[in-house]
Ligand binder design. Structure first.
Ligand code: DOR
Ligand code: ZN
Length: 343
């Protein structure tokens, strides 16, 4: 069996830089026509000038003949000025601004400490229609890790949207029923991305029978009821939900450690993993709008012209890949995937 869909886009991707960039970019460029590229480098991409340089480095790292467009983002800090937002809008290549609550995840220490500090920036974004991409977790040590997304929505996102009702927001990599319900009920300026791993796995994958660091990401995998709510949202046909892999490479050594890094590497088999999730849900006919239309529409970009062919055919994900002087362990390493993206 084969299915043909319009070439998909990745609504949330970590490409890193330098050697790491060169190792992972071919996988995403094969899978996707475009990707929203996360700005959490060290130092973070906080200006349009830095985004322009990073964009050039990505274009230079593309394999010959690749057809892939990086869509750039800016990393919001307490000190970002409204002027930078105007420059971003004028640039044409910066498509969104990313909000990391300071300390929430990998390379987020330069993130926002208090949303109240960004009022002028949000007002400018609201005026210009520039999307805000939100890592939606509070960082309060008193809040349980598994509750951080829900508490963020209640105490940060809801009030933010009340202050800026026209702000266009993508709640990134949602992991809970509460997030799916919040987005579904919100105005049409609010959307969400969902990863393949949050559609396919619950927290048992991370913790049953031993701790499995390659299933550790942030926001962390939740219980099965939440996974089912995400599947319902993704398969609902609502234009508010779209594909964002959050593929986030780290070396094997930094994942298999006493304090391992957060991130699942899914770029190698991304669309195949989504196809599995949609097939399991009996919703394969909803894959194309989720993967190829809804994100483009949210970003007000033309839908892609080319197509991708997926064949129902089992293959085994490699145990590891070369990565920046070390090894990268992809999600499902050494295990079968039941769909194959044809060349
Ligand atoms: O698991 C994650 N890894 N979540 C994030 O939010 C960041 C990402 C990374 O950059 O490694
Ligand atoms: Zn991410």
């Amino acid at each position: 069996m084969r299915i043909v869909i319009t070439r998909p886009d990745d609504g949330h991707l970590h490409l890193r830089d330098d050697e790491a960039l060169r190792a992972v970019l071919p996988h995403s460029a094969r899978q996707f026509a475009r990707a929203i590229v996360m700005p959490n480098l060290r130092p973070p991409i906080t200006t349009v000038a830095a985004a322009a340089e990073y964009r050039q480095r990505i274009l230079r790292a593309l394999p010959d003949g690749a057809d892939f467009e990086p869509l750039m983002t800016l990393y919001l800090t307490d000190d970002t000025l409204a002027d930078e937002i105007r420059r971003a809008v004028d640039s044409g290549f910066v498509k969104a601004v990313k909000l990391y609550p300071a300390g929430a995840t990998t390379h987020s220490d330069a993130g926002v400490t208090d949303l109240g500090k960004c009022g002028a920036v949000f007002a400018e974004m609201e005026k210009a229609g520039m999307p805000l991409l939100v890592h939606g977790e509070v960082t309060d040590p008193a809040i349980d890790l598994f509750d951080r997304e829900r508490v963020f929505i209640e105490t940060r996102l809801q009030p933010l949207l009340e202050r800026h009702p026209g702000l266009r927001v993508a709640l990134e990599h949602i992991t809970t029923q509460e997030a799916a319900e919040f987005v579904a009920a919100a105005g049409n300026t609010v959307a969400a991305t969902i990863t393949a791993h949050h559609l396919l796995y619950n927290r048992n994958a991370l913790l049953v029978g031993g701790i499995r660091p390659h299933y550790y990401c942030l926001p962390v995998l939740k219980r099965e009821t939440h996974r089912q709510a995400l599947i319902r949202a993704a398969a609902s046909g609502s234009p508010k939900f779209f594909l964002g892999t959050d593929s986030a490479p780290h070396t094997r050594a930094t994942k298999e450690a006493a304090c391992g890094c957060a991130g699942c590497y899914t770029a190698l088999s991304a669309i195949e993993l989504y196809a599995e999730a949609f097939e399991q849900a009996g919703a394969l006919d909803g894959l194309e709008s989720f993967a190829s239309f809804n994100g483009a529409d949210f970003y007000r970009l033309p839908r892609n012209k080319g197509s991708a062919i997926l064949e129902k055919k089992t293959w085994v994900v490699p145990a590891s890949l070369p990565y920046a002087g070390g090894e990268l362990v992809p999600l499902r390493s050494g295990e079968p995937v039941s769909w194959k993206l044809l060349a």
